[in-house]
Write a protein that binds this ligand. Sequence first.
Ligand code: NAD
Ligand code: UDP
Length: 344
Amino acid sequence: MAKQILVTGGTGFIGSHTVVELQQAGYDVVIVDNLCNSKIETVDNIEKITGIRPQFECFDLTDVEKINAFFKKYTSIEAIIHFAALKAVGESVYKPLEYYRNNLNSLMNLLDCMKTYGVKNLVFSSSCTVYGQPDKLPVTENTPRKPAESPYGNTKAIAEDIMRDYAKANAEIGINCLALRYFNPIGAHPSALIGESPVGIPNNLVPYITQTAAGVREQLSIFGDDYNTPDGTCIRDFINVVDLAKAHVVAIDRLLSKKNKANYEYFNIGTGSGVSVMELVKAFEKSTGVKLNYKIVGRREGDIEKIWADTSLANNELGWKAEATIEDTLLFSWNWEKNCRGIK
Ligand code: NAD
Ligand code: UDP
Protein backbone atom coordinates (compact mmCIF):
# COMPACT_ATOMS: atom_id res chain seq x y z
CA MET A 1 0.00 0.00 0.00
CA ALA A 2 1.20 3.54 -0.78
CA LYS A 3 2.67 5.37 2.18
CA GLN A 4 0.56 8.28 3.33
CA ILE A 5 2.09 11.76 3.70
CA LEU A 6 0.43 14.82 5.22
CA VAL A 7 1.33 17.99 3.33
CA THR A 8 0.34 21.13 5.23
CA GLY A 9 0.07 24.20 3.02
CA GLY A 10 -0.31 21.79 0.11
CA THR A 11 -2.40 24.13 -2.04
CA GLY A 12 0.29 26.85 -1.78
CA PHE A 13 3.11 27.56 -4.22
CA ILE A 14 5.80 25.11 -3.10
CA GLY A 15 3.34 22.71 -1.45
CA SER A 16 1.32 22.11 -4.63
CA HIS A 17 4.43 21.27 -6.66
CA THR A 18 5.55 18.93 -3.90
CA VAL A 19 2.18 17.15 -3.83
CA VAL A 20 2.60 16.47 -7.56
CA GLU A 21 6.12 15.07 -7.12
CA LEU A 22 5.07 12.95 -4.11
CA GLN A 23 2.14 11.46 -6.03
CA GLN A 24 4.36 10.79 -9.03
CA ALA A 25 6.80 9.03 -6.70
CA GLY A 26 3.99 6.75 -5.51
CA TYR A 27 3.02 8.41 -2.23
CA ASP A 28 -0.57 8.90 -1.08
CA VAL A 29 -1.05 12.55 -0.14
CA VAL A 30 -3.43 14.28 2.25
CA ILE A 31 -3.40 18.09 2.15
CA VAL A 32 -4.34 20.37 5.04
CA ASP A 33 -4.66 24.06 4.18
CA ASN A 34 -6.90 26.84 5.47
CA LEU A 35 -6.73 28.55 2.04
CA CYS A 36 -5.61 31.86 3.60
CA ASN A 37 -3.11 32.24 0.76
CA SER A 38 -4.20 29.72 -1.86
CA LYS A 39 -7.19 28.50 -3.82
CA ILE A 40 -9.18 25.27 -3.70
CA GLU A 41 -8.93 25.03 -7.53
CA THR A 42 -5.32 23.98 -7.02
CA VAL A 43 -6.59 20.56 -5.93
CA ASP A 44 -8.31 20.17 -9.34
CA ASN A 45 -5.15 21.27 -11.12
CA ILE A 46 -2.99 18.81 -9.19
CA GLU A 47 -5.44 16.09 -10.27
CA LYS A 48 -5.19 17.27 -13.90
CA ILE A 49 -1.40 16.88 -13.78
CA THR A 50 -1.13 13.53 -11.98
CA GLY A 51 -4.51 11.92 -12.58
CA ILE A 52 -4.84 11.45 -8.81
CA ARG A 53 -6.94 13.65 -6.56
CA PRO A 54 -5.20 14.27 -3.24
CA GLN A 55 -7.42 14.20 -0.17
CA PHE A 56 -8.01 17.70 1.12
CA GLU A 57 -9.01 19.04 4.55
CA CYS A 58 -9.60 22.74 5.09
CA PHE A 59 -8.79 23.99 8.58
CA ASP A 60 -6.39 26.17 10.51
CA LEU A 61 -3.47 24.26 12.03
CA THR A 62 -3.43 26.57 15.03
CA ASP A 63 -6.80 25.08 16.02
CA VAL A 64 -5.96 22.38 18.57
CA GLU A 65 -9.34 20.65 18.43
CA LYS A 66 -9.40 20.45 14.67
CA ILE A 67 -5.85 19.18 14.35
CA ASN A 68 -6.59 16.41 16.88
CA ALA A 69 -9.79 15.49 15.05
CA PHE A 70 -7.73 15.31 11.85
CA PHE A 71 -5.20 12.84 13.27
CA LYS A 72 -8.01 10.73 14.75
CA LYS A 73 -9.49 10.46 11.26
CA TYR A 74 -6.25 9.85 9.33
CA THR A 75 -4.47 7.08 11.21
CA SER A 76 -2.05 5.93 8.49
CA ILE A 77 0.08 9.06 8.10
CA GLU A 78 3.78 8.15 8.13
CA ALA A 79 5.33 11.56 7.63
CA ILE A 80 4.48 15.25 7.49
CA ILE A 81 5.81 18.00 5.26
CA HIS A 82 5.01 21.28 6.95
CA PHE A 83 4.77 24.18 4.48
CA ALA A 84 1.87 26.06 6.05
CA ALA A 85 3.01 29.47 7.22
CA LEU A 86 2.52 33.16 6.64
CA LYS A 87 5.46 34.41 4.58
CA ALA A 88 5.22 38.13 3.79
CA VAL A 89 8.39 39.62 5.29
CA GLY A 90 7.13 43.24 5.23
CA GLU A 91 3.74 42.39 6.70
CA SER A 92 5.39 40.45 9.51
CA VAL A 93 7.03 43.66 10.71
CA TYR A 94 3.59 45.23 11.21
CA LYS A 95 1.83 42.12 12.49
CA PRO A 96 4.48 40.24 14.47
CA LEU A 97 2.09 38.40 16.77
CA GLU A 98 0.06 37.10 13.84
CA TYR A 99 3.25 35.66 12.38
CA TYR A 100 4.60 34.19 15.61
CA ARG A 101 1.19 32.75 16.48
CA ASN A 102 0.43 31.28 13.08
CA ASN A 103 3.87 29.95 12.22
CA LEU A 104 4.94 28.68 15.62
CA ASN A 105 1.64 27.45 17.06
CA SER A 106 0.93 25.43 13.91
CA LEU A 107 4.36 23.80 14.19
CA MET A 108 4.02 23.07 17.91
CA ASN A 109 0.53 21.64 17.43
CA LEU A 110 1.88 19.30 14.78
CA LEU A 111 4.78 18.24 17.00
CA ASP A 112 2.36 17.50 19.85
CA CYS A 113 0.24 15.39 17.52
CA MET A 114 3.27 13.50 16.21
CA LYS A 115 3.86 12.20 19.71
CA THR A 116 0.20 11.60 20.53
CA TYR A 117 -0.62 9.81 17.28
CA GLY A 118 2.70 8.08 16.62
CA VAL A 119 3.82 9.98 13.49
CA LYS A 120 7.61 9.88 13.55
CA ASN A 121 8.82 12.07 10.68
CA LEU A 122 8.63 15.76 9.84
CA VAL A 123 10.15 17.78 6.99
CA PHE A 124 10.06 21.53 7.54
CA SER A 125 10.28 24.58 5.23
CA SER A 126 13.09 26.74 6.49
CA SER A 127 14.86 29.51 4.66
CA CYS A 128 18.27 30.96 3.83
CA THR A 129 16.99 34.00 5.69
CA VAL A 130 18.43 32.35 8.83
CA TYR A 131 21.94 33.23 7.52
CA GLY A 132 21.30 36.98 7.12
CA GLN A 133 24.18 38.52 5.14
CA PRO A 134 26.88 35.87 5.55
CA ASP A 135 30.48 36.94 6.00
CA LYS A 136 31.69 34.23 3.62
CA LEU A 137 30.13 32.88 0.42
CA PRO A 138 28.83 30.42 -0.55
CA VAL A 139 27.01 29.49 2.64
CA THR A 140 27.36 25.99 4.02
CA GLU A 141 25.22 24.51 6.77
CA ASN A 142 28.10 25.37 9.14
CA THR A 143 27.82 29.07 8.35
CA PRO A 144 26.62 30.65 11.58
CA ARG A 145 23.02 31.86 11.69
CA LYS A 146 22.54 35.60 12.20
CA PRO A 147 19.80 37.41 14.12
CA ALA A 148 16.70 37.61 11.95
CA GLU A 149 15.89 40.84 10.10
CA SER A 150 12.11 40.37 10.46
CA PRO A 151 9.56 38.57 12.63
CA TYR A 152 8.96 36.23 9.65
CA GLY A 153 12.65 35.34 9.50
CA ASN A 154 12.66 34.91 13.25
CA THR A 155 9.82 32.35 13.05
CA LYS A 156 12.11 30.20 10.86
CA ALA A 157 15.05 30.45 13.27
CA ILE A 158 12.83 29.72 16.30
CA ALA A 159 11.11 26.87 14.46
CA GLU A 160 14.49 25.27 13.75
CA ASP A 161 15.40 25.53 17.43
CA ILE A 162 12.06 24.07 18.50
CA MET A 163 12.53 21.09 16.18
CA ARG A 164 16.12 20.52 17.35
CA ASP A 165 15.05 20.50 21.00
CA TYR A 166 11.93 18.44 20.36
CA ALA A 167 13.82 15.84 18.30
CA LYS A 168 16.45 15.57 21.04
CA ALA A 169 13.87 15.18 23.79
CA ASN A 170 12.03 12.51 21.81
CA ALA A 171 14.94 10.60 20.31
CA GLU A 172 14.01 7.48 22.26
CA ILE A 173 10.64 7.21 20.60
CA GLY A 174 12.21 7.70 17.18
CA ILE A 175 11.06 11.21 16.25
CA ASN A 176 12.93 12.75 13.29
CA CYS A 177 12.84 16.33 12.02
CA LEU A 178 14.56 17.58 8.91
CA ALA A 179 14.68 21.24 7.85
CA LEU A 180 15.27 22.33 4.27
CA ARG A 181 16.68 25.84 4.01
CA TYR A 182 15.36 27.11 0.70
CA PHE A 183 17.16 29.83 -1.19
CA ASN A 184 14.94 31.76 -3.68
CA PRO A 185 12.21 29.48 -5.10
CA ILE A 186 10.94 30.57 -8.52
CA GLY A 187 9.25 29.05 -11.59
CA ALA A 188 6.09 27.03 -12.06
CA HIS A 189 5.07 23.58 -13.21
CA PRO A 190 5.86 22.94 -16.92
CA SER A 191 2.14 22.16 -17.45
CA ALA A 192 1.36 25.80 -16.47
CA LEU A 193 -1.47 24.41 -14.30
CA ILE A 194 0.09 25.34 -10.94
CA GLY A 195 2.42 28.18 -9.94
CA GLU A 196 2.78 31.14 -7.64
CA SER A 197 -0.26 33.37 -7.09
CA PRO A 198 0.70 36.36 -4.99
CA VAL A 199 -2.19 38.34 -3.54
CA GLY A 200 -2.08 42.05 -4.51
CA ILE A 201 1.18 43.70 -5.54
CA PRO A 202 3.96 41.10 -5.60
CA ASN A 203 6.92 41.60 -3.27
CA ASN A 204 9.07 39.01 -4.96
CA LEU A 205 11.08 39.66 -8.07
CA VAL A 206 9.85 36.98 -10.49
CA PRO A 207 6.08 37.49 -10.02
CA TYR A 208 6.73 41.23 -10.43
CA ILE A 209 8.61 40.53 -13.67
CA THR A 210 5.91 38.27 -15.13
CA GLN A 211 3.13 40.69 -14.14
CA THR A 212 5.05 43.55 -15.77
CA ALA A 213 5.52 41.46 -18.91
CA ALA A 214 1.78 40.69 -18.88
CA GLY A 215 0.95 44.40 -18.62
CA VAL A 216 -0.59 44.09 -15.15
CA ARG A 217 2.20 46.25 -13.69
CA GLU A 218 3.58 49.17 -15.63
CA GLN A 219 7.23 48.93 -14.75
CA LEU A 220 9.61 46.78 -12.73
CA SER A 221 11.70 48.68 -10.20
CA ILE A 222 15.16 47.23 -9.69
CA PHE A 223 16.13 48.03 -6.14
CA GLY A 224 19.68 49.36 -6.28
CA ASP A 225 22.59 49.04 -8.73
CA ASP A 226 25.28 50.28 -6.36
CA TYR A 227 25.91 47.06 -4.43
CA ASN A 228 29.33 45.49 -4.22
CA THR A 229 28.58 42.97 -6.99
CA PRO A 230 29.83 42.77 -10.63
CA ASP A 231 26.82 44.64 -12.11
CA GLY A 232 25.84 46.45 -8.91
CA THR A 233 22.52 44.60 -8.43
CA CYS A 234 21.87 42.06 -5.67
CA ILE A 235 22.72 38.40 -6.12
CA ARG A 236 20.49 35.45 -5.19
CA ASP A 237 20.41 31.70 -5.66
CA PHE A 238 17.19 31.14 -7.63
CA ILE A 239 15.95 27.56 -7.28
CA ASN A 240 13.38 26.01 -9.62
CA VAL A 241 10.24 25.04 -7.69
CA VAL A 242 9.99 21.56 -9.23
CA ASP A 243 13.62 20.86 -8.31
CA LEU A 244 12.80 22.13 -4.82
CA ALA A 245 9.71 19.91 -4.66
CA LYS A 246 11.87 16.91 -5.56
CA ALA A 247 14.18 17.70 -2.64
CA HIS A 248 11.18 17.10 -0.37
CA VAL A 249 10.52 13.69 -1.89
CA VAL A 250 14.16 12.79 -1.31
CA ALA A 251 13.93 14.04 2.29
CA ILE A 252 10.82 11.93 2.91
CA ASP A 253 12.49 8.86 1.34
CA ARG A 254 15.47 9.44 3.63
CA LEU A 255 13.40 9.59 6.80
CA LEU A 256 11.12 6.69 5.91
CA SER A 257 14.05 4.46 5.00
CA LYS A 258 15.85 5.55 8.20
CA LYS A 259 18.88 6.83 6.29
CA ASN A 260 19.09 10.02 8.35
CA LYS A 261 22.29 10.37 10.37
CA ALA A 262 20.80 12.38 13.23
CA ASN A 263 17.25 12.89 14.40
CA TYR A 264 17.47 16.58 13.58
CA GLU A 265 19.12 17.50 10.28
CA TYR A 266 19.14 20.56 8.02
CA PHE A 267 20.21 21.13 4.44
CA ASN A 268 20.70 24.05 2.07
CA ILE A 269 18.49 23.76 -1.00
CA GLY A 270 19.67 25.97 -3.84
CA THR A 271 21.49 25.69 -7.15
CA GLY A 272 24.92 26.59 -5.82
CA SER A 273 25.18 29.58 -8.20
CA GLY A 274 24.46 33.24 -7.69
CA VAL A 275 22.52 35.18 -10.33
CA SER A 276 22.16 38.96 -10.17
CA VAL A 277 18.82 40.73 -10.43
CA MET A 278 19.95 42.28 -13.74
CA GLU A 279 21.13 38.90 -15.08
CA LEU A 280 17.73 37.46 -14.20
CA VAL A 281 15.91 40.24 -16.04
CA LYS A 282 18.09 39.66 -19.12
CA ALA A 283 17.57 35.89 -18.92
CA PHE A 284 13.80 36.46 -18.80
CA GLU A 285 13.92 38.68 -21.90
CA LYS A 286 16.07 36.16 -23.74
CA SER A 287 14.03 33.08 -22.97
CA THR A 288 10.57 34.62 -23.46
CA GLY A 289 11.35 37.17 -26.18
CA VAL A 290 9.42 39.76 -24.15
CA LYS A 291 11.08 43.12 -23.55
CA LEU A 292 10.70 44.26 -19.95
CA ASN A 293 9.98 47.82 -18.93
CA TYR A 294 12.25 48.43 -15.94
CA LYS A 295 14.04 51.22 -14.12
CA ILE A 296 16.73 51.33 -11.49
CA VAL A 297 15.56 52.84 -8.21
CA GLY A 298 17.05 53.12 -4.73
CA ARG A 299 17.86 50.17 -2.51
CA ARG A 300 15.04 48.37 -0.69
CA GLU A 301 15.43 48.46 3.06
CA GLY A 302 16.57 45.23 4.64
CA ASP A 303 17.85 43.59 1.42
CA ILE A 304 20.81 41.26 1.65
CA GLU A 305 23.54 42.20 -0.89
CA LYS A 306 24.45 38.72 -2.04
CA ILE A 307 23.86 35.14 -1.05
CA TRP A 308 24.11 31.76 -2.66
CA ALA A 309 24.33 28.22 -1.36
CA ASP A 310 27.01 25.64 -1.06
CA THR A 311 24.86 22.63 -1.86
CA SER A 312 27.50 19.94 -1.32
CA LEU A 313 25.71 18.47 1.67
CA ALA A 314 22.38 18.11 -0.17
CA ASN A 315 24.20 16.80 -3.28
CA ASN A 316 26.28 14.24 -1.42
CA GLU A 317 24.10 13.29 1.51
CA LEU A 318 20.61 13.51 -0.03
CA GLY A 319 21.75 12.66 -3.55
CA TRP A 320 19.74 15.66 -4.77
CA LYS A 321 20.85 18.30 -7.23
CA ALA A 322 19.08 21.22 -8.90
CA GLU A 323 18.71 20.53 -12.61
CA ALA A 324 16.61 23.16 -14.37
CA THR A 325 18.24 26.06 -16.21
CA ILE A 326 17.31 29.60 -15.24
CA GLU A 327 16.00 30.23 -18.78
CA ASP A 328 13.61 27.25 -18.68
CA THR A 329 12.52 28.17 -15.16
CA LEU A 330 11.65 31.72 -16.20
CA LEU A 331 9.82 30.45 -19.26
CA PHE A 332 7.68 28.23 -17.00
CA SER A 333 6.90 31.27 -14.81
CA TRP A 334 5.88 33.21 -17.90
CA ASN A 335 3.71 30.36 -19.24
CA TRP A 336 1.96 30.18 -15.85
CA GLU A 337 1.37 33.95 -15.80
CA LYS A 338 -0.02 33.81 -19.36
CA ASN A 339 -2.28 30.92 -18.44
CA CYS A 340 -3.63 32.82 -15.40
CA ARG A 341 -4.27 35.94 -17.50
CA GLY A 342 -5.64 34.16 -20.56
CA ILE A 343 -2.77 35.49 -22.71
CA LYS A 344 -1.99 33.38 -25.83
P1 NAD B 1 2.27 29.86 0.17
O1 NAD B 1 1.69 31.02 0.91
O2 NAD B 1 2.01 29.77 -1.28
O3 NAD B 1 1.81 28.48 0.87
C1 NAD B 1 1.58 28.37 2.25
C2 NAD B 1 0.21 27.73 2.43
O4 NAD B 1 -0.05 27.57 3.82
C3 NAD B 1 -0.93 28.56 1.86
O5 NAD B 1 -1.69 27.75 0.98
C4 NAD B 1 -1.75 28.98 3.10
O6 NAD B 1 -3.14 29.05 2.79
C5 NAD B 1 -1.41 27.88 4.08
N1 NAD B 1 -1.47 28.25 5.50
C6 NAD B 1 -0.84 29.29 6.13
N2 NAD B 1 -1.12 29.29 7.44
C7 NAD B 1 -1.92 28.20 7.68
C8 NAD B 1 -2.52 27.65 8.85
N3 NAD B 1 -2.39 28.22 10.04
N4 NAD B 1 -3.28 26.53 8.70
C9 NAD B 1 -3.45 25.93 7.50
N5 NAD B 1 -2.90 26.43 6.36
C10 NAD B 1 -2.15 27.54 6.46
O7 NAD B 1 3.85 29.87 0.47
P2 NAD B 1 5.03 29.08 -0.24
O8 NAD B 1 5.83 30.05 -1.02
O9 NAD B 1 4.51 27.86 -0.90
O10 NAD B 1 5.89 28.71 1.04
C11 NAD B 1 5.78 27.46 1.68
C12 NAD B 1 6.71 27.43 2.87
O11 NAD B 1 8.05 27.67 2.43
C13 NAD B 1 6.42 28.48 3.94
O12 NAD B 1 6.67 27.92 5.21
C14 NAD B 1 7.44 29.57 3.64
O13 NAD B 1 7.74 30.32 4.78
C15 NAD B 1 8.62 28.72 3.19
N6 NAD B 1 9.57 29.44 2.34
C16 NAD B 1 9.13 30.05 1.21
C17 NAD B 1 10.02 30.75 0.41
C18 NAD B 1 9.53 31.47 -0.83
O14 NAD B 1 10.24 32.35 -1.34
N7 NAD B 1 8.37 31.14 -1.38
C19 NAD B 1 11.38 30.81 0.76
C20 NAD B 1 11.81 30.14 1.91
C21 NAD B 1 10.89 29.45 2.70
N1 UDP C 1 13.79 42.98 -6.33
C1 UDP C 1 13.73 44.04 -7.21
N2 UDP C 1 12.50 44.48 -7.60
C2 UDP C 1 11.34 43.93 -7.16
C3 UDP C 1 11.41 42.83 -6.27
C4 UDP C 1 12.67 42.39 -5.86
O1 UDP C 1 14.76 44.59 -7.63
O2 UDP C 1 10.26 44.40 -7.54
C5 UDP C 1 15.12 42.48 -5.91
C6 UDP C 1 15.32 42.57 -4.40
O3 UDP C 1 15.85 43.84 -4.08
C7 UDP C 1 16.31 41.44 -4.15
C8 UDP C 1 15.97 40.41 -5.24
O4 UDP C 1 15.20 41.10 -6.22
O5 UDP C 1 17.61 41.91 -4.38
C9 UDP C 1 15.17 39.23 -4.71
O6 UDP C 1 14.05 39.76 -3.98
P1 UDP C 1 12.83 38.85 -3.51
O7 UDP C 1 11.89 39.75 -2.77
O8 UDP C 1 12.29 38.11 -4.68
O9 UDP C 1 13.51 37.78 -2.56
P2 UDP C 1 14.39 37.95 -1.23
O10 UDP C 1 15.74 37.43 -1.58
O11 UDP C 1 14.41 39.39 -0.85
O12 UDP C 1 13.69 37.08 -0.25
